[in-house]
Design a protein around this ligand. Structure first.
Ligand code: SAM
Length: 285
């Protein structure tokens, strides 16, 4: 069977299973199996029998709503690729905007410093696969990046992704992490768990059945972790430092309220789909 027919069958199977982007997923899986870039599949992919069988198995797994990234083993995030699989949250495109904000802030501290020699200190709380921390070391040369993760399996993935990067990765609870850095951090960034416990029904099967529970749920209103991050950031950030935290699209008012009591410049930001997505604030001098 040629690539065109294989893709057409796979697209139909994935659409029938309710996969949100059946054509894209069919192409990415075929590209993964054959090693042919996605844009060249129709002209260059000639799957042999083994590749054909392996592709059929992967399409069936995707139709059972196994996340695409668990099948390919990697997730793209800004300019880096993360190894992912069972036991770790798959980084999402919306978090790339938050990471971009943290990168801009860190670069801003460098630009404002004497001789532009400042090595900004950045902390990624709830790092999961290490996505935000890895993007920051990649895009901000000289940044001193620290990251913490509570869940041991996720921490194992972060170790793999951050090995050799110089990121100070620790296993532990963000609530009491990095006491040694209190008052010395320029930027705190976090994509914590934030789904309200009663939102179970509305969550896609890929997320509900494959992302770790500790990565998803966060108390009745989904803001338990947000309140914990606010307290940790207040302890870590130096006067003039900043914090940015991702939240659910329904928390565009309730998340900024968590920061309203003692932070300056509290602002909410939209993601690429223009939905409320993360809150930022500054600790006044
Ligand atoms: C939504 S996932 C985000 C992971 C990563 N930051 C990303 O954007 O892909 C949240 C992560 O926070 C971790 N986590 C939850 N509670 C934590 C805590 N108290 N301290 C540290 N990590 C925690 C979870 O295990 C999970 O890996």
């Amino acid at each position: 069977m040629n690539a065109r027919s294989l893709l057409a069958d796979a697209e139909a199977r994935l659409a029938e299973a309710g996969v949100a982007s059946p054509r894209v997923d069919a192409e990415l899986l075929l590209s993964h199996v054959t090693g042919v870039p996605r844009s060249l599949l129709l002209v260059a992919a000639r799957p042999n029998d083994l590749q054909h069988r392996s592709y059929t198995e992967m399409v069936e797994a995707r139709a059972r709503r196994v996340p695409l990234q668990h099948l390919t083993g990697s997730a793209a995030f800004r300019f880096v690729d993360l190894e992912v699989g069972p036991g770790v949250f798959v980084p999402r495109p919306e978090t790339e905007v938050l990471a971009g904000w943290a990168i801009d802030q860190a670069q801003g501290f460098v630009a404002q410093s004497f001789n532009r020699q400042w090595e900004p200190r950045v902390v990624d709380l709830c790092t999961g696969s290490g996505a935000i921390a890895l993007a920051i070391v990649h895009e901000v040369p000289g940044a001193r990046v620290h990251a913490v993760e509570l869940d041991e399996p996720a921490y194992g993935w972060a170790q793999r992704n951050l090995s050799g990067t110089g990121v100070d990765l620790r296993l532990g609870d963000a609530a009491d992490a990095f006491a040694d850095l209190d008052g010395h951090v320029d930027v705190v960034v976090s994509n914590p768990p934030y789904i309200p416990l009663d939102a179970w029904e509305s969550v896609a099967p890929e997320v509900r059945d494959h992302d770790p529970e500790l990565a998803l749920w966060s108390g009745e209103d989904g803001l338990d972790a947000m309140r914990m991050i606010e307290a940790t950031a207040w302890r870590l950030v130096k006067p003039g430092g900043v914090v940015g935290v991702e939240h659910a699209d329904v928390q565009g008012e309730s998340a900024p309220e968590v920061f309203g009591r003692r932070w300056a410049d509290v602002r909410d930001h939209a993601d690429l789909a223009d939905r409320p997505r993360f809150v930022t604030a500054r600790k006044a001098h």
